[in-house]
Design a protein around this ligand. Structure first.
Ligand code: SF4
Length: 373
């Protein structure tokens, strides 16, 4: 396949998860939804099940309003809305982690609003890096395994988990390589970049790895496009086609990211020198630089500055999911760090119900002017 064909393939997968769901079910596979963030997909994968990301969708909220107040993030609301409207029918279970207050509410609401799809909680501790934290995480994984066995009839085996950890570590490595390569390919648009990351949630990771490797080979043979003004984006999610189209209309390249649905997923590998479940707990213990992971030092802000500087990004655009407390708490710290580094910063609020981003267009136009000045 040439570059365009590979990019089309990513787009096809990213824009039609329902089709992916049908294909897997028709092939006799059982699907387990994995809600954000850091849900232990490796366990699901090792049991012969298909882990499929559930990050909500850009839809109008109707039924989920019965369960949520208006001031809660639209990712959670739209996941519940999709569940209540039957979009996920046919899947075998949903795993919802407990990393923010909204996620905790989603799990509890799910039990009543979508009783046809079993809810499996994944409870994480705040202090994850000490022995007690790791023991707690391991015990939570063991309970997730028991719940998965009950919901699907599939069986867990440690040797299979070792193999899945290898698959996920390889995918992480390939995604990290891609992240660097894309910085020097401004011809890849913001929308195409988003498709590559988003598609990873809807296919088996080994298949996504193969597609990304094909893209990397094709990019190696390609002369980079004309240089553009480039920025780093940060936030939980940045997949709105309408918003990304503005970056493309204004010829602004997304050179790198600190987005929970994108690069943050791939920063940490599971070690391979311990039992498979210990390795997964250790992976979670080593994760850092994220708004939903407890960090008294808030090192994330400095990572954003250093990454933007290393990659030649002229500024940082924080895409703040409305009503996301963890991201709102981090913003002043990011602002301070960017100011200290004289790195221009722009805040854009977004949610899954917005279809008009004209305010963001005006802000990005002005921001581009500052970066060019
Ligand atoms: S971290 Fe933020 S965006 Fe994610 S579920 Fe929680 S409130 Fe919503």
């Amino acid at each position: 396949m040439n570059i365009q064909q590979i990019l089309n393939k990513f787009h096809e997968i990213a824009s039609n998860p329902a089709k992916q769901k049908e294909v897997y079910i028709a092939a006799g596979k059982q699907i387990v939804l994995t809600a954000p963030v850091y849900t232990p997909e490796e366990i699901v994968h090792s049991m012969g099940l298909v882990p499929m990301g559930a990050w909500g969708a850009d839809i109008t909220l109707e039924k989920s309003k019965e369960y949520y107040p208006a001031f809660i993030c639209s990712i959670m609301q739209s996941i519940l809305e999709l569940g209540m409207k039957g979009v996920y029918e046919g899947v075998s279970a949903i795993i919802i982690p407990s990393l923010c207050d909204s996620l905790k509410c989603l799990g509890q609401n799910w039990k009543y609003a979508v009783p046809s799809i079993p809810f499996i909680p994944m409870t994480y501790p705040q202090n994850r890096a000490n022995d007690i934290g790791k023991t707690f995480v391991k015990a939570s994984y063991e309970r997730v395994i028991a719940d998965l066995e009950k919901a699907t009839g599939a069986r867990f085996e440690e040797t299979a988990l070792f193999r899945s950890i290898e698959v996920y570590n390889k995918h992480n490595a390939v995604m990290r390589q891609l992240d660097h390569v894309l910085t020097s390919h401004p011809e890849i648009t913001a929308r195409q970049r988003s498709d590559i990351y988003k598609s990873a949630f809807f296919v088996m990771k080994e298949d996504h790895t193969d597609l990304v490797l094909q893209l990397l080979d094709a990019l190696q043979e390609t002369q980079p496009g004309v240089k553009k003004i480039s920025v780093m984006i940060s936030g939980i999610l940045c997949d709105s086609p309408a918003l990304l189209q503005i970056f493309d209309d204004l010829d602004i390249q997304i050179a790198c990211d600190d987005v929970a649905a994108e690069s943050r997923q791939y920063r940490t590998d599971a070690p391979t020198n311990m039992s498979a479940l210990d390795a997964l707990s250790e992976k979670f213990a080593r994760m850092d630089h994220c708004s939903v992971l407890y960090d008294a030092d808030k090192k994330r802000a400095n990572l954003i500055v250093s990454t933007a500087q290393e990659r030649g990004a002229k500024g940082v655009v924080v895409v703040l999911t409305k009503f996301c407390d963890p991201e709102e708490f981090d913003y002043p710290i990011i602002k301070k760090a960017c100011e200290a580094a004289k790195l221009p910063l722009l805040l854009i609020e977004a949610d899954r119900q917005m279809d008009n981003y004209e305010q963001a267009r005006t802000a990005l136009e002005a921001f581009k002017g500052i970066l060019e000045g």
